[in-house]
Design a protein around this ligand. Sequence first.
Ligand SMILES: NC(=O)c1ccc[n+]([C@@H]2O[C@H](COP(=O)([O-])OP(=O)(O)OC[C@H]3O[C@@H](n4cnc5c(N)ncnc54)[C@H](OP(=O)(O)O)[C@@H]3O)[C@@H](O)[C@H]2O)c1
Length: 350
Amino acid sequence: MKAIVVEEYGPVENLIAKQVPDPSGPSGRDLLVRVEGCSVNPVDVKVRAGKYDDYPDYYQHVPQPYQICGYDAAGTVIAVGPDCKLFKKGDEVFYSGSPIRQGSNAEYQAVDERSVGHKPKTLDMTEAAAMPLTYVTAYEALLERLEIKKGEQAALLIINGAGGVGAVASQIAREILNLPAVITTASRPNTIEFTKKMGATHVLNHREDLEKQLQKLNLDIPLKYIFIAHTTDQYMEVCARIAAPFGKICSIVQGQARMYGTQFMAKSLSFIWCLLGTKPYYQLDVESHHRILEELAELIDSGRIKCHLVNRLRLTVHGLREAHRIIEKGGNIGKVSLGLTEQGNGELFV
Ligand SMILES: NC(=O)c1ccc[n+]([C@@H]2O[C@H](COP(=O)([O-])OP(=O)(O)OC[C@H]3O[C@@H](n4cnc5c(N)ncnc54)[C@H](OP(=O)(O)O)[C@@H]3O)[C@@H](O)[C@H]2O)c1
């Protein structure tokens, strides 16, 4: 099959086209999927650059001698493993695959059905591929790690509201959790406008003093929850200052997360990591991603959760490199996805 691979970790030019063997199987609970859309997340960029550090030994577990990146996909099941129970040949699916197996930047991908959901009917393949990784991350952070209860009279602050994760976290906070105040951060007119469209009730500028801006909001409910989706270490001190006593702070971005010398102890604050890969890596509650994605498909088809795809590109080496550049520059809005049917020149996967 055709694939876009990394043989040597490094700059974006190291994403290259290669003819590789089709995935073997499918065995066990694997599905063999024909990839029709995939999206690019910061993890793709970090892995390709050789800088992914969410696990201390990540690069000891990756496929050799080349790695196919791509941790979000949508496509059609073309074969099922002997133990599959959830899907059949011909089903249209969307999923976020495993970071230690070959990814979705290829014509075909083998994926464990327990991490897969049926594709929302109202989204095309390019749109559907934008959803899984960011949605499951935001869902786990807000509902499972911060344990926010529906209708709580508390405020949530999302640091980085217009990025891929923040754009779905704000929707979950408003539409599913019905929080009265969902404050996000963004620093440019178009990111401010986008995060409002995605559900923010208030927007602060992360390039200015967050504490002062928050005081000006005069909230009449406590800031009990903070979700950090950018440069954790930049925000630890200010989070400790602005969080209400007994508040909870959850981060999805690796860092030192230094608490000593801040109000973390004084206010009895909790700090919680959230990593999408924890369940699959440690083989815990492995079917939960399937359940979250099945529920997401219904939420999308009923119009309650909106797709946050902003940039569509053709699934070629040129398109994939462009998507990596957009994320790497740091000003991304919503999501960047690639599809087989997107406009542009060039042979697919080449
Ligand atoms: N732990 C996990 O399981 C997990 C899962 C998914 C993602 N992540 C991580 O979460 C982070 C966010 O991912 P994403 O997909 O949302 O990223 P993204 O789409 O690349 O985020 C882009 C946004 O970052 C904002 N930004 C730039 N500098 C900032 C700063 N100093 N403070 C706050 N925001 C800033 C920009 O807003 P302005 O242009 O307005 O400044 C831009 O809209 C990444 O580091 C990613 O690796 C972790």
